[in-house]
Design a protein. Structure first.
Length: 86
């Protein structure tokens, strides 16, 4: 079983791709009320990345709750404008 440090390193590796995909989803679906659709699309994307990485990774279903929390944090941070330029 992969330890927590290895999972954290892996998430840091694919993190930029996740954030980029999130931003693209926001452009594609700017109207409100599309959160479930965006999250489903993001999950499919990340699950595809996870499968492509292969190896001795934990099951995607075991890691998705952590990824979902990270995504919520990034979404709230972006929504609150912390990454916007003045």
């Amino acid at each position: 079983m992969i330890n927590a440090i290895a999972i954290a390193k892996l998430l840091l590796t694919i993190g930029p791709a996740i954030i980029k995909f999130m931003l693209e989803l926001e452009k594609m679906f700017p109207e409100g009320g599309q959160g479930a659709l965006k999250l489903a699309a993001l999950r499919a994307y990340v699950e595809g990345l996870w499968g492509a990485l292969g190896g001795a990774l934990p099951k995607f279903e075991e890691v998705w709750p952590l990824i979902e929390k990270i995504v919520a944090f990034v979404k709230n941070t972006l929504k609150n404008g912390l990454f916007k330029k003045d």
